[in-house]
Write a protein that binds this ligand. Structure first.
Ligand code: F6R
Length: 241
């Protein structure tokens, strides 16, 4: 694992965006694995700025997102498709058809999970997977004690994740209880992984992820076994390491 420490969230975002931009420059038809949540927002802003300046080009890039809530369609402002459109896709030159998320409205979950895994395989697997870190050590929506051998699947979200996600919803009852997520096996099949972490609240879990036992109790601890992981984190998140 390579770990880069930055002074703050802005520098973390710039550094991570530079790593993604370098990937896009070296391989203009890269498959990028993307994440939602608060952490990557600054990265997407940096990528938009680079694209507007002509420094990076999305025209041959394909993207696959980690996850999507079940029951929210793409026009629902809380869906991850909506998040991605508003925070990245509608501002850059990525062709429609080049970005992919699980379909939260799919009625047959088994077929949907197979479709998503097949899509990733057909794209030649993810070249660079961007990950945020949940307070309980989740990556994607792989909650503690998920089996490491899973491909994409339908997951019931942990109470701590529902609580954390409720900040984006008006009513607690509206927070979805289920999501489709890439499994750990899918995430580990990415050629490179970029984990971004900021803030004091994540210092303890980040320490466990990097130096603790590899255990399904801390899903992100599996990253210790991947051969190309880069962590970009601010000094608060790295304060216990
Ligand atoms: C989002 C995702 C989640 C988040 C994690 C951290 O697509 O898969 O694993 O990365 O919950 O979320 P934030 O960045 O909001 O702290």
């Amino acid at each position: 694992m390579k770990i880069y420490k930055t002074n703050n969230y802005y520098e973390m975002s710039c550094k991570a965006a530079n790593i993604i931009a370098a990937q896009m420059t070296l391989k203009p038809d890269s498959v990028l694995g993307l994440a939602t949540g608060s952490t990557p927002e600054g990265i997407y802003q940096q990528l938009i700025a680079k694209c507007l300046k002509g420094e990076i080009d999305f025209s041959n890039i394909q993207t696959v997102n980690l996850d999507e809530y079940v029951g929210l369609d793409k026009d629902n402002p809380q869906s991850y498709q909506y998040y991605m459109n508003s925070k990245l896709f509608s501002h850059v030159n990525i062709p429609e058809g080049n970005y992919h998320l699980p379909n939260g409205m799919a009625t047959d979950s088994e077929t949907e999970c197979k479709r998503y895994d097949q899509l990733i395989e057909d794209l030649g697997y993810v070249d660079l997977q961007l990950l945020g870190l949940g307070l309980n050590g989740h990556i994607g929506f792989n909650e503690p004690n998920t089996h490491f051998s899973k491909g994409t699947y339908l997951v019931g979200l942990a109470k701590s994740t529902i609580d954390a996600n409720s900040r984006f919803f008006e009513n607690y009852e509206d927070v979805p209880r289920f999501a489709y997520t890439m499994g750990i096996k899918t995430i580990m099949s990415a050629k490179k992984i970029l984990l971004v972490v900021n803030g004091k609240a994540k210092a303890k879990i980040l320490k466990e992820v990097v130096t603790g036992r590899i255990t399904p109790e801390v899903p992100a601890s599996i990253l210790q076994l991947h051969n190309d992981v880069t962590i970009v984190a601010d000094s608060e998140a790295l304060s216990l390491l």
